[in-house]
Ligand binder design. Structure first.
Ligand SMILES: *Cc1c(COP(=O)(O)O)cnc(C)c1O
Length: 375
């Protein structure tokens, strides 16, 4: 049986008429760049994230960047983040003119380990960017305590965690701001590129709106040098519809995660697999279902031969990326992040999966492990 990594066609099929109708309305209104559909989605998304404001922008990368720019993060500042993330997390810091400083991750949750923060703190530290990796909220209580004690800003990278909760409250409402991505494959995805920042700080929301619109306070009156970071009207109209289905889709992801867990635990090679661990008090939304296995590349190849499309998130931690060689981190700087990067294997995970597909993935995983452990 062939199992795709995700199936956007199946995801969109049931709502196609609704999407087409929404796009027609945007065309009729001519509200293409920013405009009323963006404003409506911003309000809905802010409410969804237990936040006062949401500012729609062009991508998740831009969301993180504009949030930090508007906070005044810049040259000379250091921003602490996780090396186990997508490159964009660090890029946003660099594009503010600041320097990313990495700390190792927790081996169970794969999120930034708050116990490592003290060691990374310097007089230049300005902010922390915790990443809610794979859809699991980072340890926000410890991170916020540390930030408060040291007067640091906190910008959540929530690109993989739409709808995830920590202590019963939705993420996106814990830091000074949170950056979301609506890249098509994310739990809440647009029909192209889009992103948003949530915050409950009115002044910050105003500054972000200014930055995403060329620093304008009024048409052709520019208070600061900004950027064109507006969200498209079509993306906003699509996102307003898809937001209504997000909780249902996240519940399905959680159900499939449970099914994976049970079936993997019951397979002959179960003892070679490290399953994802849910921290206490979090609602994980399984943007990715990443297990850890030995000989990962060979297991992945074998599964591919059997028709199962897996992914690796991410094969190289950010501190070892060529682009960041100038920061001077060597191999061994963050041993847990480095070990996990060699072992991570993301299994197919999407709301339209079937029980048969989950069964086929688990069978192929077991076969892949059997192949690499046979002597
Ligand atoms: C997807 C992603 C981003 C970037 O979002 P884009 O919309 O692709 O720019 C940032 N951080 C993480 C953790 C992501 O997964």
């Amino acid at each position: 049986m062939k199992v795709p990594f995700l199936d956007l066609e199946a995801h969109h099929r049931p709502h196609r008429a609704e999407f087409q109708d929404a796009m027609n309305r945007v065309i009729d209104a001519g509200a293409f760049a920013g405009g009323s559909y963006v404003a409506a989605f911003e309000e809905e998304f802010a409410t969804y994230c237990d936040s006062a404001y949401a500012v729609g922008v062009g991508s998740g990368t831009e969301a993180l960047w504009i949030a930090m720019l508007a906070m005044g993060v810049g040259p000379g500042d250091e921003v602490i983040t996780s090396p186990a993330s997508f490159m964009a997390t660090a890029e946003a810091i660099t594009y503010c003119g600041a320097t990313p400083v990495f700390v190792d991750i927790d081996e169970e949750t794969y999120n930034l380990d708050p116990k490592q923060l003290e060691r990374a703190l310097t007089a230049k530290t300005r902010a922390i960017v915790p990443v809610h990796l794979f859809g699991q909220p980072a340890d926000m209580a410890a991170i916020l305590d540390f930030a408060q004690a040291n007067r640091l800003l906190v910008v959540e990278d929530a690109a993989q965690a739409h709808g995830a909760a920590y202590g019963g409250r939705r993420i996106g409402s814990f830091g000074d701001a949170a950056g979301f991505s609506f890249y098509p494959g994310k739990n809440l995805g647009a029909f192209g590129e889009a992103g948003a920042v949530t915050t409950s700080d009115e002044d910050l929301a105003k500054r972000m709106r200014m930055f995403r619109d060329h620093g304008q306070v009024e048409k052709y009156y520019h208070d600061v040098v900004g950027w064109n970071g507006r969200m498209d009207g079509i993306q906003a109209a699509i996102l307003s519809i898809k937001l209504r289905y997000l909780d249902t889709c996240n519940a399905l992801r959680r159900r499939y995660a449970q099914e994976y867990r049970e079936r993997i635990s019951a397979m002959p090679h179960a003892s070679e697999v490290v399953l994802p661990v849910e921290a206490d008090g979090v609602d994980h939304v399984y943007h990715l279902f990443a297990v850890r296995v030995p000989e990962r590349d060979r297991v992945l190849e074998r599964m591919k031969d059997l028709g199962i499309a897996c992914g690796i998130h991410y094969p190289i931690p950010i501190h070892l990326q060529h682009a960041y060689s100038g920061l001077g981190y060597g191999r061994g700087a963050f041993p847990i992040a480095e070990k996990c990067a060699e072992q991570f294997l993301s299994l197919p995970m999407f709301p339209e999966m079937t029980t048969e597909q989950i069964g086929a993935v688990v069978e192929a995983l077991n076969e892949g492990l059997a192949a690499v452990t046979a002597v």
